[in-house]
Structures are given as structure tokens and as C-alpha cells.
Design a protein around this ligand. Structure first.
Ligand SMILES: Nc1ncnc2c1ncn2[C@@H]1O[C@H](COP(=O)(O)OP(=O)(O)OP(=O)(O)O)[C@@H](O)[C@H]1O
Ligand SMILES: [Mg+2]
Length: 282
């Protein structure tokens, strides 16, 4: 049975949370969420924001891989060994922190209410430390994904241009709207080279959404196809650090500007000596 005190803490957290909680989700898998989330966190951090990237794909960790980190702990330890939330935080060389997920633990693939309340305790603890808490969600419309969606202030739904990806994005928005009360969705079209084509895809999706659902949709922008991202995955180094002036990063900076009005200087994205030292001593 969920502990009463935990529920009260959750309500208190919801009332006074200060950090901005952002979920990056998608209907279809493999459309680019984790790369987007990692570089998003990098850009915000390099522009002076305090950022935590939470690997919300709880049973299929990927954030640590893209950052070439082998964490000694992960979220499963929090549930199984009763660690404190601060013991889960891992510094990166890129000025932001992560909370790593675990790989291959099916237990966390579907959290029950009690687990979820325990998870909220992490946010109660870290809310004061960070300005942005980004959830890199798993693909699809699972209960886990919906839980992160429903506690976020900003929801970004990433899709690609193929009809299957767009259909799955619609399915996710439908479930989030009908069953979890989501009232605003921000769409990003990834791997498309033409802004007009991206906007037209958005308009088509919006037309269907407006017909069947009661939810506001915004076009956040598009990200071009950029082979640099494939190199960065191979090198396990975020593109923000590997090639800060690449097309992908320019598009991402424009998206962040739209989300929060922040003027991102992509030149600031390289790794600083300070960050490397911080990581070495952590
Ligand atoms: N803009 C882009 N240009 C070129 N390739 C891209 C772009 N975005 C993503 N990719 C490719 O897509 C792959 C999958 O990206 P990523 O792991 O970020 O997707 P995901 O949505 O997090 O996947 P999952 O649903 O499995 O969590 C990357 O390894 C890269 O090869
Ligand atoms: Mg991913």
C-alpha cells in the first residue's frame, strides 16, 4: 500500500515545485529523443542553466551510453537498496547532471503507484537544485511514459516525417489527452530538411487533433538530417561538444528559443576544463 506520508509529499511537491519539468516523448521508437534530450541539456547548461537530465527510459538506459559514462549506480538501486536521491546524481563533463536508468530490469518497465510515489521523492529532493529537469522518455504509450508526461510543465513530442511515426505521435497525444488530461503538446519534426515541409506536416497533424481532441498544439520546429549526429553517437560524445556549429545544433537552438525565449549561443557548447575537472573529482 502506498505510504500516506509519500502521497502528502507528492501533493506538496506539485504545489511548490520551482524547476521546469520537460518530457521528451514519441509514439514511435528510434525517432531521436535521446540525442535530442542530451544535446538539449548540453545547450542549456552551456548557457548558464542548472540542468538535470533524467533517463526516463527506466529499463532501457541510453543516456549514459551517449555520454560515455559507466555509472556505478542507477535508478534500480534507488528502489532496491533504498539509496538517497542525492546518491543517484552523476555529474557529466558537459556542465549538467544525470540520473541514470538501468538496463535490462523489467521490473522498472512498468512502475506501480507506490514506485511512482517513491520516484516523486527524488523530485522533491532535487527541485531546489535545478532550473530544468528533462525526462528522456521511452517510446510509446506505456503507463510509465504517461506518468512522466502528466507531471511535466512542458511536453515535447518528437516525430519523423513518415506516416507511421506521425500516426504514433497522434496516438500518444490522444492517450495523454483523453486519459491523463494533457492540454498542450509541442511538436518537433526530426530528420527533415525543409522547414516548409515540416510545418505542413505539423498542420496536417494539427487538423486531425483539432477535429477529435481538445488539446492545444504548437509547432516548435524541425531538425534537419545531419550525419554529424551519427558520428557523435559512435564517439559517445554529444554533438553539442563535438560539433557545436553543426546544422543539427542550429536547429536545436532555434527550438529552445521557442520553448523558453532563451537566446542560445551555440558557440558556448564545447567542453570546458572546469567541466572536465568537475567530472574527474565527482
Ligand atoms: N537529425 C538527425 N539526423 C540524422 N540522424 C539522426 C537524427 N536524429 C536521430 N538520428 C539517428 O537516429 C538514431 C536514434 O536516435 P535516438 O537513440 O536518439 O532515438 P530515440 O527516439 O531515443 O530511440 P528510442 O525510442 O529507442 O529511445 C541515432 O542513433 C541516429 O543515428
Ligand atoms: Mg531513447
Amino acid at each position: 500500500m502506498a505510504d500516506q506520508a509519500q502521497n502528502l509529499r507528492k501533493i506538496a511537491w506539485e504545489k511548490k515545485k520551482k524547476a521546469k519539468y520537460i518530457t521528451v516523448s514519441s509514439g514511435k521508437g528510434g525517432v531521436g529523443k535521446t540525442n535530442f534530450s542530451v544535446n538539449f541539456a548540453c545547450l542549456l547548461a552551456k548557457n548558464g542553466k542548472k540542468v538535470l537530465l533524467f533517463d526516463a527510459d527506466l529499463g532501457l538506459a541510453n543516456v549514459d551510453i551517449l555520454l560515455n559514462i559507466t555509472p556505478k549506480i542507477s535508478i534500480i538501486d534507488y528502489f532496491e537498496k533504498n539509496l538517497n536521491p542525492d546518491q543517484l546524481i552523476v555529474n557529466t563533463a558537459y556542465g549538467f547532471d544525470i540520473i541514470p536508468a538501468s538496463s535490462g530490469f523489467s521490473k522498472l518497465a512498468s512502475m506501480n503507484e507506490e514506485d511512482f510515489n517513491k520516484l516523486i521523492d527524488i523530485f522533491v529532493y532535487i527541485d531546489d537544485i535545478y532550473e530544468y529537469i528533462i525526462f528522456d522518455a521511452g517510446a510509446g504509450i506505456s503507463e510509465n511514459v504517461m506518468k512522466f508526461v502528466s507531471i511535466s510543465d512542458i511536453n515535447i513530442i518528437l516525430t519523423q516525417a513518415e506516416p507511421t511515426a506521425i500516426t504514433d505521435a497522434y496516438a500518444l497525444i490522444k492517450v495523454a489527452n483523453n486519459q491523463y488530461g494533457l492540454d498542450e503538446a509541442n511538436i518537433v519534426i526530426n530528420r527533415i530538411n525543409d522547414e516548409k515541409a515540416a510545418f505542413n506536416l505539423f498542420l496536417n497533424l494539427q487538423k486531425i487533433i483539432d477535429k477529435f481532441l481538445k488539446i492545444k498544439t504548437n509547432f516548435l520546429g524541425y531538425i534537419r538530417e545531419d550525419t554529424n549526429i551519427i558520428k557523435s553517437v559512435k564517439k559517445q560524445t554529444p554533438l553539442a561538444a563535438l560539433n557545436p556549429l553543426s546544422g543539427y545544433m542550429k536547429d536545436l537552438a532555434a527550438i529552445i528559443k521557442k520553448i523558453d525565449g532563451i537566446d542560445i549561443d551555440i558557440q558556448k557548447s564545447g567542453v570546458s576544463i572546469k567541466d572536465i575537472l568537475r567530472r574527474l573529482v565527482s
